[in-house]
Design a protein around this ligand. Structure first.
Ligand code: PLP
Length: 460
């Protein structure tokens, strides 16, 4: 593609995106598409000859867009709602043009140093001390995987030479995200060595149960390796007793890793600082800027106190990547399973600079306020009940009716395309999750969706 052609198509695409942002509210959040439909609409064989970009764009409009769930829609209230803001989109454009690969400092000096700078800003904003080293991975699942690698290295330093011990234990809540268990499985801890602790009435991990499990395991010759509290657990955004869990980790000589993938960015808000008090005593913390800091997927940050535990466990430098050491030089490959590294810091940098700390905090605050108002409206309707405390942007509620009716309510709403909610099952009850986190969401979006929910409920 010549520079002139690129210029023309580039302008066209920027225009496409601007128009998309202007009109996305009128589109269906969930596509009306059946499994296999996108595959059937596309040729099974790749093109022998190149095709005009205008034709490719036409097929994007006709096939890819109608087959896409619109995560960047102001009434996407499913899972944990996330956003891609314009500065983040523009940064991705630039990042693709530079095509950096930050294996080593030398292979991407600006990438490596910008990652440290921008993660230093966030670290200060969320009140973590400077001895937390920051690193970006693609997902919270991957961040937690690396935290568990470091945890295992710290508790069992001979793992690298001799392989993993079979009696190392991981503790988390039954409400924790499945990535904790999946990561532990991938590392070979074994299902029998992953304890999913019960929770209390507010969906917080039960400390007495955790303590009892630790005590019993130690008596049985097991070795506690890692305790994982969550701030903002996936089903109801509950908050585990972080400080007490870290204290137990200290008492039993194991690692404490906090999963704050969703709610971590809320630490920017002074009025919410009580939630994060004491979290700086953890060994590692994950938070996802791609969840609630308005950059597009894939941006997850791990803050880790002893990064040497990672390099001790998985650091490996083949001859062709050896470079002269320098005290100011970091080679991110020493702390990561993947060798290559995208320039994710660029979109973080551009987005944080565009909004500033206050702008990001104001957006998050507006989502939390919308969730608070929605909670009050739901609580005021005698047909419904709110089933979990609302600390963040998530409201969990249900009709005071059967599970089938609640599922029908959600399916009917989602099928309308107007909004998209997800669900959880808690204490045997089907619960609807209304998650507010998109930068375009307005109070009107929330109210109109709540009105639709009420209307559907009346019709059921
Ligand atoms: N932790 C929590 C609390 C989550 O809610 C999620 C996903 O929603 C994850 C971890 C996994 O995130 P990722 O998709 O970035 O792996």
């Amino acid at each position: 593609m010549s520079p002139d052609e690129f210029r023309a198509h580039g302008h066209e695409l920027v225009e496409w995106i601007a128009r998309y942002l202007e009109t996305v509210r009128d589109r269906a959040v969930l596509p009306e598409v059946n499994p296999g439909e996108v595959i059937d609409a596309l040729p099974a064989q790749g093109p022998e000859q190149g095709e005009p970009f205008s034709q490719i764009l036409e097929d994007f409009n006709d096939t890819i867009l109608p087959g896409s769930t619109l995560w960047n829609h102001p009434r996407f209230f499913s899972y944990f709602a996330v956003s891609s803001t314009p500065p983040s989109m523009l940064a991705e454009f630039l990042s693709a043009a530079l095509n950096q690969n930050g294996i080593l400092w030398k292979s991407g000096p600006a990438l490596t140093e910008l990652e440290q700078v921008v993660l230093g800003w966030i670290r200060e904003w969320i009140h973590l001390p400077e001895d937390f080293f920051g690193i970006i991975y693609d997902s919270a699942s991957n961040s937690t995987l690396h935290a568990l690698i470091a945890a295992r290295q710290s508790v069992s330093p001979r793992t690298r030479q001799e392989g993993a011990l079979q009696n190392l234990m991981v503790y988390t809540s039954g409400q924790a995200h499945s990535s904790v268990e999946k990561d532990a499985l991938a590392l070979g801890f074994g299902e029998a060595n992953i304890r999913k602790i019960a929770h209390d009435a507010e969906f917080r991990l039960s400390l007495p149960d955790l303590e009892a499990a630790l005590e019993a395991d130690v008596k049985a010759g097991k070795i506690p390796c890692c305790i994982v509290p969550t701030i903002g657990a996936t089903p109801t955004a509950s908050i585990d007793p972080v400080v007490d869990m870290i204290a137990l980790a200290r008492r039993y000589g194991c690692w404490a890793h906090i999963d704050a993938a969703y709610a971590g960015p809320v630490a920017l808000l002074d009025e919410k600082s009580w939630i994060f008090q004491g979290w700086e005593q953890a060994d590692s913390i994950v938070l996802n800027p791609h969840k609630w800091m308005f950059v597009n997927v894939d941006t997850s940050v791990l803050y880790i106190r002893r990064k040497d535990q990672l390099s001790d466990a998985i650091g490996l430098t083949p001859e062709y990547l050896k470079t002269k050491a320098d005290p100011r030089m970091i080679n991110y490959m020493d702390y990561s399973i993947s060798l290559g590294r995208r320039f994710r810091a660029l979109k973080l940098w551009m987005t944080l600079r565009y909004y500033g700390r206050e702008g990001i905090a104001d957006l998050i605050r507006s989502h939390i306020e919308m969730a608070g108002r929605l909670k009050d409206q739901i609580a005021a309707d005698p047909r419904f009940e709110v089933v979990a405390p609302v600390h963040f942007g998530l409201v969990c509620f249900r009709m005071k009716d059967s599970n089938e009716k609640n599922q029908k309510l959600m399916d009917t709403l989602n099928a309308s395309g107007f909004a998209f909610l997800s669900h959880t099952v808690q204490n045997g009850q089907y619960v609807l999750r209304f998650s507010i986190g998109n930068w375009m969401t307005t109070q009107q979006d929330v109210e109109q969706t709540w009105e639709r929910i009420q209307k559907v409920a009346a019709e059921l």
